[in-house]
Design a protein around this ligand. Structure first.
Ligand code: XIL
Length: 331
């Protein structure tokens, strides 16, 4: 139908969203996935800590359920994410450097072999550039960095490429989209990393731009366009991998809040989709009902009695919001 993926596919692009296995039973949500998504990514189930909670104890079932859902509905899949400091199993931090190297290699190989041919792009490494970029060691101090050094990033990509030479391999990160000094420093850090990887022959094919946007923060079309062109000039394609909008800076009432979110999404996607190297747009869920921005450390609305976040294309009752129309208009 006139769903988002149909519009994307008409331009050779893909549109999709993140899904968690626990929501597969929600018929209204599944109907929206079928109507709008040609691409799926597991919100949790393919992260290392979920796949191997104890060394050698591989738990594939929950991720398999999402892969089966995608297959039944003829959706492509993104793999998220092989290496991420926030989802390393605890047992890994007890290993020696050599033990860590072996565990990393086994994890990447076994995981990619499991769904070989079903997953088009893998986020091999997620969020490796230090958030407070500007320090000389602009890589985040992760367990893997201090055990294996900066080369662990290249190692992960080489192992992934050997495991499935047909898979497109992505470096995925956040905090590059806005016209702020912090985002500018992060864009430099990420371009520096990508240039170094490409210069040393590392098989990285895609930059994943998470696009966790912030309403109220400036967005400058010209600098965003220039960054995307710089990434494309490295021979990489680009995927928008986790689109949502933190709307806490907007008015509490739903109508102006939804309008502000839709305006930012429209401006962002108009510039983004003008770059030919951009091949996919994935939102971090479809419905406000399950957004991560309503959970955990981000759920400040509960602590400070603020308006409940409305970061995604559908509301809690699965009604399309202005953000849905903004994505549709940009595709
Ligand atoms: C988030 C999930 O949405 C949360 O529910 C979970 O508690 C933490 O991870 N960047 C990423 C995603 O790459 O994996 C994160 O997903 C959101 C930030």
């Amino acid at each position: 139908g006139g769903g988002l993926h149909a519009r994307a596919a008409a331009k050779g692009l893909a549109f999709g969203a993140a899904l968690a296995t626990r929501h597969l039973a929600e018929a209204d949500l599944m109907a929206a996935f079928r109507a709008d998504c040609g691409l799926l990514v597991a919100e949790y189930e393919m992260k290392w800590a979920e796949l191997e909670p104890q060394a050698g104890n591989r738990r594939w079932r929950r991720a398999d359920q999402l892969v089966d859902f995608a297959r039944r509905n003829r959706m492509a899949l993104r793999g998220h994410t092989l290496v991420w400091h926030e989802s390393e199993p605890r047992w890994v931090s007890d290993l020696s450097a050599r033990g860590a190297e072996a565990a990393l290699a086994r994890h990447v190989d076994e995981t990619m072999q499991r769904w070989r041919g079903a997953i088009g792009t893998w986020d091999v490494v997620n969020e490796a550039v230090a958030p407070e970029h500007g320090r000389p060691d602009w890589l985040r101090r992760t367990w893997l960095l201090n055990r294996l050094g900066p080369d662990h990033i290249a190692q992960a990509f080489h192992i992934a490429h050997a495991a499935d030479p047909a898979a497109r391999l992505a470096y995925n990160d956040f905090g590059v989209e806005h016209a702020t000094a912090w985002s500018r420093r992060r864009r430099i850090g990420i371009l520096t990393l990508l240039r170094a990887l490409r210069a040393s022959g590392v098989p990285v094919h895609v930059l994943g731009v998470q696009a966790h946007l912030h309403a109220g923060q400036p967005f400058e079309a010209s600098e965003w366009r220039a960054f995307l062109a710089d990434v494309a000039a490295l021979g990489l394609t680009i995927e928008i991998t986790e689109l949502d909008v933190n709307d806490r800076a907007l008015p509490a009432a739903a109508a102006p809040r939804d309008a502000g979110v839709a305006d930012l999404v429209r401006r962002f996607l108009d510039v983004t989709l003008a770059e030919p190297a951009v091949r996919a747009v994935v939102s971090w869920g479809l419905t406000d009902r399950h957004s991560w921005i309503r959970e955990g450390r981000l759920a400040e609305h509960r602590r400070r009695d603020r308006a409940t976040p409305r970061p995604l294309p559908y509301d809690e009752a699965m009604r399309r919001k202005p953000m849905w129309a903004a994505i549709a208009a940009a595709l």
